[in-house]
Design a protein around this ligand. Structure first.
Ligand SMILES: Cc1cc2nc3c(=O)[nH]c(=O)nc-3n(C[C@H](O)[C@H](O)[C@H](O)COP(=O)(O)O)c2cc1C
Length: 192
């Protein structure tokens, strides 16, 4: 095996979802965030629509996002069901992160179906996640149930959609391989 393949295997096989409670609070330099985003841009894309769009919340920008998520939770929850702990937890996920990136897509219905745009965006997110892993940055893709409400907050156009938030922060967790059922259970070979 080549050194490149060995390095790639290790990054792919040790990529994990790492959540804000495990973030150290150390700031991720802008240059590192830029490297992670730059690699998103090399994802495959049918008919070169390049549908991935991102909004980066960092510094005071995180307060705006935390306010939005907290306010949205409060507005959508009946007063008798409102939980102060959940409201605080929603905000703290953002404030404990060094950076949160809204993952969005721009649709081109005249060129490709929406599922292909979403697939390309997911490829872009995987590029980001693997790059983050290689740079010791913890990250996870969060898909809140109320994503439709994000459009106005993010200033998205009619052909754009938000498909999640990418939380990021340095961490000190040991390397852990994810548990998966064997690949042999998921593959059929046709050889004759
Ligand atoms: C499209 C997508 C959406 C996800 N949404 C959430 C989410 O809303 N909340 C969450 O805790 N994890 C979310 N995850 C992360 C998965 O829970 C995680 O990938 C899974 O548990 C496997 O763990 P691993 O990433 O460490 O291998 C999402 C992952 C993907 C690919």
């Amino acid at each position: 095996m080549t050194p490149a393949a060995e390095a790639l295997n290790r990054i792919i096989r040790t990529r994990r979802s790492i959540f804000p409670p495990d973030y150290t609070g150390e700031e991720i330099p802008v240059s590192v965030v830029e490297t992670i985003l730059a690699n998103a841009n090399y994802a495959p894309t049918h008919r070169l629509t390049e549908p991935w769009r991102f909004t980066v919340f960092r510094g005071e920008g995180k307060t705006r996002l935390a306010d939005f998520l907290g306010d949205t939770y409060q507005a959508q929850t009946l007063p008798e069901l409102f939980s102060e702990a959940k409201w605080k937890g929603t905000r703290e996920k953002v404030t404990r992160s060094s950076c949160v990136i809204a993952i969005c897509m721009e649709l081109h219905p005249e060129k490709v179906p929406e599922w292909e745009e979403l697939a390309a965006v997911a490829c872009a997110v995987q590029n980001m996640w693997l790059t983050a892993t290689a740079l010791n940055v913890g990250a996870y893709w969060s898909t809140p149930g109320n994503l439709a409400l994000f459009s106005e907050f993010l200033g998205l156009g009619p052909n754009e959609k938000c498909v999640g938030l990418f939380y990021m922060g340095y961490h000190q967790l040991p390397e852990r391989t994810p548990v998966r059922k064997p690949i042999e259970e998921k593959v059929k070979w046709v050889t004759e």
